[in-house]
Design a protein around this ligand. Structure first.
Ligand code: 5GP
Ligand code: MN
Length: 338
């Protein structure tokens, strides 16, 4: 960032700590080389936010690159959000960028193997909507009331004077649609932004078909096997109940990009209770997705187990056997309901 502590228009840069969208835009305008990242195993909110920021910066002549901490490759469907090829594997991400911008990342650990950039970058800016945001960046635009990080990104793009075209609109719409559960929550503000993005060139039907609407045929049998193994525990979560299922290593490896929607299917059968999908990504390495109805607070449950998230959608990663993880989960769910 410029040594004068001002951006190119002469606006003074905000100090370290919380910033508003105008402050975030000033930080972005002051940098000439930016690495924009989302959390590991990015969803559409993380990927759409990062690609939108980088796209807008590139248009102002800034060298902006997008990357996500490995080891996993970016889900293939997210490529549709990146027509200009801004995403590079983490092994090729700039080692000491002038500015690191993180989108939808609640803690340094969620940067994966790009967490070292917090030390090597000239400065960092986090844009996030997790109540569990840890404060890891030099400057942060964080609003837990925002239903998706893309809403905060939209406000920053407005401050940058970026014109919404189809590339930006598609990236933002993907995150908005996904993180609001298809506009189930987020209220009229999300719907208004959705309308603005559709007017700017996001075609919801085509976009969602590309992101989640096409699957390999073999997934039908694999999904049937996962769902057939689902178990219901009516006494769990203080009597609200738990429905869980597990994905084994071969299925997780072969259908890496397909499993995200399963936890929603479990939740639909859980009444007022909680759903959990336990995915064994490597032997004895688990990634757990939790979904609920807001109570108990699943971000509290996930945080206690080393993860984080929101009240109704959270997750954590942990080593152990399936039954060890289930025992921990039952005990934290009970703790959160008493
Ligand atoms: P998902 O189940 O879709 O992967 O994640 C649901 C929510 O929980 C998202 O807000 C996501 O950022 C958060 N989350 C999922 N896994 C983890 C994790 O391992 N650590 C943290 N801190 N948050 C997670
Ligand atoms: Mn998000």
């Amino acid at each position: 960032m410029s040594a004068s502590g001002a951006d190119s228009s002469g606006t003074p840069l905000p100090g370290p700590g919380p910033v508003d969208p105008a402050g975030a835009a000033a930080v972005l305008r002051a940098a000439r080389e930016v690495l924009v990242v989302g959390h590991v195993r990015p969803d559409a909110d993380a990927a759409g936010s990062a690609i939108a920021i980088a796209t807008a910066l590139r248009r102002t002549g800034v060298a902006a690159t997008v990357s996500f901490g490995g080891p996993d490759p970016v889900p293939a469907a997210l490529g549709t959000l990146d027509p200009d090829g801004l995403v590079v594997p983490s092994s090729r991400a700039p080692v000491a960028p002038e500015l690191l911008v993180s989108c939808d990342v609640s803690s340094a650990q969620r940067l994966g193997d790009l967490a070292d950039r917090l030390d090597t970058a000239g400065g960092s800016l986090a844009i996030d909507h997790h109540a569990s945001f840890s404060g890891f960046a030099t400057r942060h635009l964080v609003d837990p009331a925002a239903p998706a990080t893309v809403l905060l990104v939209r406000a920053v793009l407005a401050e940058l004077g970026a014109e919404l075209d189809a590339v930006l609109a598609r990236a933002l719409f993907a995150g908005l649609y996904t993180d609001t559960g298809g506009f189930r929550w987020g209220g009229s503000g999300a719907l208004r932004l959705g309308a603005e993005l559709v007017d700017a060139g996001a075609d919801p039907r085509a976009l969602m078909r590309e992101l989640t609407g096409t699957r390999p045929f073999g997934w039908l049998a694999a999904q049937a096997a996962v769902l057939a193994g689902a178990r219901r525990e009516p006494a769990a979560a203080g009597g609200a109940g738990l429905v869980w299922a597990a994905v084994d290593v071969p299925t997780a490896t072969r259908f890496r990009d397909q499993t995200a929607t399963v936890v929603g299917q479990l939740l639909a059968t859980a009444g007022d209770g909680v759903a959990a999908l336990l995915t064994e990504s490597e032997p004895h390495q688990w990634s757990v997705s939790l979904r609920g109805n807001g109570s108990p607070d699943l971000s509290r449950v996930a945080s206690a187990l080393g993860g984080g998230g929101h009240a109704a959608a959270a997750g954590f990663e942990r080593a152990g056997t399936r039954d060890e993880l289930l025992a921990l989960l039952r005990s934290e769910l009970d703790a959160a309901t008493t």
